[in-house]
Design a protein around this ligand. Structure first.
Ligand code: PRT
Ligand code: ZN
Length: 295
């Protein structure tokens, strides 16, 4: 295979997306070769290279053909698309389930702004002027955008703007700055994006990677449950098992009245689920993570 046929995937070099991105790639069985190159990391067992760049550059690098696929936050992708027409053609292949956050409008808790309508004629500090302006336009509100590269949360205190529109995950930053959120503009998570015209020669590796990513994501929220149940209460046990309707039932040596139940559960298994199972007679209940899955 020539160098041109290696799939190039853009990943954030350092930051919140890098951690989840590298973890996903590693769990998908991609082994990265040791290398000194700061920009490109080669995989040694698949025809794949990672391009390590700032997350803000990922949409345009993928659209321009410098990379084929990218791992980026929906917030960055949609903001870039709201500013640049040619980025509209980027396609989301998969939602990746990490780097979750929300883009929210917030204002000083002790101030007059409590609703979106209160923003009429006000100024809003944000790193997401495209998404914020679009959201306000849809609500018929006109406000001035004050674009900031970072530290948006200090803007009201510094007198730079009346309100902010920024990413929130725990809410601690808003709290520490005396700000209260009153509206969500976007819920975001990391996504896998691609150009619509990736060369067919690379499609095999792209499809393999996508299928493996799907497997990793599915296995994260899937658990394997093992338990012993009284034979005459099997139906009750079955009804409690989350996200599974066809468990494997096997005999237990020397116990006519008890069966062993094995089930793959596709929904979260809570302590309360185990307590319910126990209350209908289940014993020796084990919940185990699933390392790999393929449908
Ligand atoms: O250098 P580069 O440009 O690549 O990195 P960066 O500084 O832009 O990015 P980074 O690593 O901070 O964030 C990358 C992506 O992670 C974002 O684009 C989001 O998709 C996602 N993400 C998830 C977040 C957060 N959660 C988050 N909490 N990005 C930023 N924050 C910031 C937010 O801006 C605010 O300052 O964290 C603060 C709020 O956090 P809480 O927990 O106090 O609410
Ligand atoms: Zn960034």
């Amino acid at each position: 295979m020539s160098a041109g046929e290696r799939l190039i995937v853009a990943v954030q070099k350092k930051g919140r997306l890098a951690e989840g991105g590298f973890d996903l790639i590693k769990r998908a069985g991609v082994k990265l070769a040791y290398g000194k190159d700061e920009l490109l990391r080669k995989a040694e067992n698949v025809a794949l290279d990672l391009m390590l760049i700032r997350d803000d550059d990922i949409p345009s690098f993928v659209a321009s053909g410098a990379c084929d696929y990218g791992i980026v936050g929906e917030n960055v992708l949609y903001e870039a698309q709201s500013r640049t027409e040619r980025l509209q053609s980027l396609e989301i292949v998969l939602k990746l389930g990490f780097a979750r956050c929300s883009l929210k409008l917030a204002a000083p808790k002790d101030g007059p702004i409590k609703t979106v309508e209160d923003l009429q004629g006000r100024s809003i500090a944000t790193s997401y002027p495209g998404l914020t302006a679009k959201f306000l336009a849809e609500r018929g509100v006109e406000a001035e955008m004050v674009e900031m590269g970072g530290s948006v949360e200090v803007a009201p205190r510094m007198g730079v703007a009346d309100a902010i529109c920024d990413l929130v995950s725990t809410g601690a930053t808003l709290e520490a700055n005396g700000l209260g959120a009153f509206e969500t503009v976007l819920d975001s998570e990391a996504v896998l994006v691609r150009r619509s015209d990736v060369a067919p020669a690379k499609a095999v590796i792209a499809d393999l990677l996508t299928e493996r990513f799907k497997g990793v994501i599915a296995s994260r929220q899937t658990k394997y449950i093992l338990l012993n149940a009284p034979r005459d209460r099997l139906e009750e046990v079955r009804a409690i098992l989350p996200g599974n309707d066809a468990p494997t039932v096997a005999p237990v040596v020397g116990r006519e009245d008890v069966v062993a139940v094995h089930a793959v559960c596709t929904e979260e298994v809570f302590w309360s689920t185990l307590e319910k199972l126990k209350s209908v007679g289940a014993r020796s209940i084990l919940v185990m993570p699933i390392e790999k899955m393929m449908a």
